[in-house]
Design a protein around this ligand. Structure first.
Ligand code: FAS
Ligand code: PHB
Length: 400
């Protein structure tokens, strides 16, 4: 097999990149480890920045999102028995976010790829990258017992945190930055009416909670839990009882509960691999970086990586400008670190660290610092503007 760009991973990064490249006539093949149904079964992000919305429209896959997605002009922070609305549009000169689940984004991209007759190899095993430092890199994998070789010009490692691509960068070349948080998020998806028309991020002395949604009839909720918790220990009733103790009282009093259709615990970490490229192999999305979901940045940072690589590949194949590939990592990392910092900051402000020492500060002192931080940034319009600017997403950077 031969293609121009080999894409490892059929998550949102790989599928969105493949769709954009195809629109420019750039041939690409996606190699995915699991089945398409398995990819769709993962319940993840729910909030899309304007930049990602624009990219999905450019890729020609936004028709259902524009019909079924919800444009949100604000989010709420609830703490110390008060609720502060961050008026995203007023504070940023009109920017908003789109509430539309990652599962639906992935489904739209899969459908578009199939319709375009583009090649995706699902359930490929033993995927390996070769000769990435040369002008003739290639990928090998096994499919139905057959060993397959895919020759290409470039490889996009869109294979997530546990993928194979990042391992291709030698240890002596890469630096991995990591912060693992001492708690996780227990998430529940239910076919119930959302408890509020906007997202509510709650900080309480029992821990963090988030009320989100997927549609007017489907809700997504999270509560902070200890890393030692197991999802099977949490009955639906226990979840709803604890969630109601963390949501604002008036919201909890009227909210609709029901059976979970998905329930899982996600660990929280900040992670960045530098550089994000090695020879003709580029790391994209979770393959290069992970954020705690408190800032709704994970999927959105993946989208801005895709945008940068798409612009670069278009310059290579349309303008014959191969030199611009050296800009990829530097451009991506500037925006990635802003997203990392915001997600780390929101996580520090909104969670209960219990008696865990943080950055050498005892937990009580740290908690006072964070309480002051949250009050300072929400008490005045300038502070709320800082939160709003990051929440809607910083501008994408152009390729020089
Ligand atoms: P993905 O991990 O989605 O996709 C990588 C793909 O590569 C997968 O399909 C995998 O099967 C495949 N793959 C892996 N190894 C391979 C190999 N060796 N060969 C071939 N294929 C391979 N973000 C938010 O913004 N908000 C949220 O609320 C949120 N919640 C999350 C909850 C959880 C439990 C997790 C894990 C992440 C969450 N995220 C959230 C972040 C998430 O949405 C990611 O940012 C997003 O999935 C990134 O997409 P990809 O980069 O495509 O990586
Ligand atoms: C979600 O709806 O899954 C969601 C929304 C915002 C976040 C995290 C998760 O910050």
């Amino acid at each position: 097999m031969r293609t121009q760009v080999a894409i490892i991973g059929a998550g949102p990064s790989g599928l969105l990149l493949g769709q954009l490249l195809a629109k420019q006539g750039i041939d690409n093949v996606i190699i995915e480890r699991v089945s398409g149904d398995y990819v769709l079964g993962r319940i993840r992000a729910g909030v899309l920045e304007q930049g990602m919305v624009d990219l999905l429209r450019e890729a020609g896959v936004a028709e259902r999102m524009d019909r079924e997605g919800e444009v949100h002009t604000g989010v709420e922070l609830a703490f110390n028995d008060k609720r502060v609305r961050i008026a995203l549009d007023e504070l940023t000169g009109g920017d908003t976010v789109m509430v539309y689940g990652q599962t639906e984004v992935t489904r739209d991209l899969m459908d578009a790829r199939q319709e375009a007759g583009l090649t995706t190899v699902y359930e490929a095993s033993n995927v390996q990258l070769h000769d990435v430092k040369t002008d003739a890199p290639y990928v090998t994998f096994e499919k139905e017992g057959e060993q397959v070789r895919l020759d290409c010009d470039y490889i996009a490692g869109c294979d997530g945190f546990h993928g194979v691509s990042r391992k291709t960068i030698p240890d002596e070349i890469k630096t991995e930055h990591e912060r693992v948080y001492p708690f996780g998020w227990l998430g529940l998806l239910s076919d119930t009416k959302p408890c509020h028309d906007e997202l509510i991020y709650c900080k309480t002395d029992r821990g963090f909670a988030l009320a989100s949604m997927r549609s007017p009839t489907r809700s997504r909720y999270y509560i902070q839990v200890p890393l030692t918790d197991k999802v099977e220990e949490w009955s639906d009733d226990a979840f709803w009882t604890e969630l109601k103790r963390r949501l604002p009282a008036d919201v909890a009093a009227t909210m609709e509960t029901g059976p979970s259709i998905e329930k899982s615990i996600a660990p929280l970490r900040s992670f960045v691999c530098e550089p994000m490229q090695y020879g003709n192999m580029f790391l994209v999305g979770d393959a290069a970086h992970i954020v705690p979901p408190t800032g709704a940045k994970g999927l959105n940072l993946a989208a801005s990586d895709v945008a940068t690589l798409y612009k670069i590949m278009t310059r290579v194949y349309k303008d014959g400008d191969k030199d611009c590939v050296t800009q990829y990592s530097e451009i991506c990392l500037r925006r990635v670190w802003h997203g990392e910092r915001f997600s780390w900051w929101m996580t520090n402000m909104m969670h209960d660290f219990g008696d865990v020492e943080v950055n050498g500060t005892d937990s009580q002192t740290f908690s006072r610092f964070m309480e002051s931080e949250l009050n300072f940034y929400t008490d005045n319009e300038q502070g709320r503007r800082v939160i709003a600017m990051q929440y809607v997403g910083l501008p994408y950077e152009d390729v020089k």
